[in-house]
Design a protein around this ligand. Structure first.
Ligand SMILES: C=C(O[C@H]1C=CC=C(C(=O)O)[C@@H]1O)C(=O)O
Length: 370
């Protein structure tokens, strides 16, 4: 079922990043080689027999990502926050323009919900400082929140140039596979957490009862169900979502578990089947991608892509690349998005994306006044 035509594999193998650190959750290693290939071909890249191999693929399915062979290493010790003096922050687009794009998308959805039922619109923050940013230290700071999987992946730029870095802390599991058993844990529908415990509980209850958020969530769960069901001999999906929390956000989440018909189906073929889900793109996919391209004044790059690990048995765990930044020397581009349905209100979605930036902003030491 998963066999593809065996056309020649277009990959390039690079050792230019040898020795660079790579961090994913509790795994820490030093890069040996990097293989660059699109996600569609990733399961055909020959992997050495032992250990885990890490990978990161961009939002755009046809753009190449990277699979890393690493050697185990001692994790770096976390250090204190960076001290910098000159800093700037540019908003892409500014919040008012983002709100206008949300209003247009919600109106389009209300007019013709069969043509577009949901779209995820993102915005970016361009941060510049006078000191080089340390991607591993930033990921270690993010790792203080044990509800998320933090990561720092070097992204090769070619021709001996220093890498860019993909750094973040994701709360969302796209797909894990252990033998025949698979799991996915989509999140969609969010609200900012509150410092006061009673207000925090009230916010969670408000989310759980929100028809707008339940609609956003249902679209994702149905999509994943419909794609996985033909490959599964059983697939269990709870009737309603539960609450998931990170240090700064509440989310609606649904844990989906199943058993594959074909145990040998490669983990990365399942990842390719699912990515991008309506938790980051929308539904129907083609209309959502068109809306995203029109509305967002930047390339998503590796934001809203997928990253994880795979082993030689084709088991693995792949996450949705969220709550992240692309770091390049003294610059960082942060990303955050929100699911838009017909009932979405522009100001609420601006506030939601602002809340989703909190984790990365505080790991980078970007003050609220900037
Ligand atoms: C697109 C993002 O979050 C997704 C994951 C959880 C909740 C989401 C939401 O409520 O819209 C998004 O689907 C992001 O953090 O940039």
């Amino acid at each position: 079922m998963h066999q593809r035509d065996q056309e020649p594999l277009q990959i390039s193998r690079d050792t230019g990043l040898a020795g660079a650190p790579l961090l994913l959750g509790d795994d820490y290693g030093r890069v040996r080689t990097v293989v660059t290939a699109p996600l569609a071909d990733a399961s055909r890249v020959a992997l050495p027999a032992a250990g885990r191999h890490f990978g990161a693929f961009p939002f755009a399915r046809n753009e190449p990502g990277h699979l890393y062979e690493t050697a185990p290493a001692q994790p770096a010790a976390p250090s204190g926050a960076m001290t910098t003096t000159g800093r700037t922050l540019d908003r892409l687009p500014d919040p008012a323009q983002y709100g206008a794009a949300v209003a247009r998308a919600a109106a389009t959805i209300r007019r013709a919900p069969h043509a577009l039922e949901k779209v995820v619109l993102a915005r970016a923050l361009d941060y510049r400082t006078d000191a080089a940013l340390d991607p591993v230290q930033i990921a270690l700071r993010l790792a203080a929140d044990r509800a998320v999987t933090s990561y720092a992946f070097p992204l090769p730029q070619g021709a001996g140039a220093p890498p860019r870095w993909l750094v973040g802390a994701t709360p969302e599991l796209l797909l894990s596979k252990t033998g025949p058993r698979i799991a996915s844990h989509p999140l969609a529908g969010s609200i900012r957490r509150q410092a006061d415990p009673a207000a925090d509980r009230a916010a969670a209850q408000q989310l759980l009862a929100s028809r707008k958020d339940l609609t956003e969530h249902r679209v994702v769960v149905e999509y994943i169900h419909d794609l996985l069901a033909p490959h599964c001999r059983d697939l269990a999906i709870p009737a309603s979502p539960g609450l998931e929390q990170t240090a700064s956000m509440w989310h609606l989440g649904t844990r989906i578990e199943g058993r594959l018909r074909d145990d040998a189906m490669p983990c990365l073929d399942l990842v390719h089947l699912l990515h991008p889900t309506p938790a980051v793109a929308g539904h129907p996919l083609a209309a959502a991608l068109e809306t995203i391209t029109e509305a967002e004044p930047f390339a998503r790059d590796f934001y809203a892509g997928t990253l994880g690990w795979v082993d030689a048995q084709n088991d693995g765990a792949w996450h949705v690349t969220l709550r992240c930044a692309i770091i390049d020397g003294q610059r960082a581009r942060l990303f955050a998005g929100a699911g838009i349905v017909g009932a979405s209100q522009p100001d609420d979605e601006v506030a939601e994306t602002r809340a989703k930036f909190i984790a990365m902003r505080s790991a980078l030491g970007i003050s609220d006044s900037l």
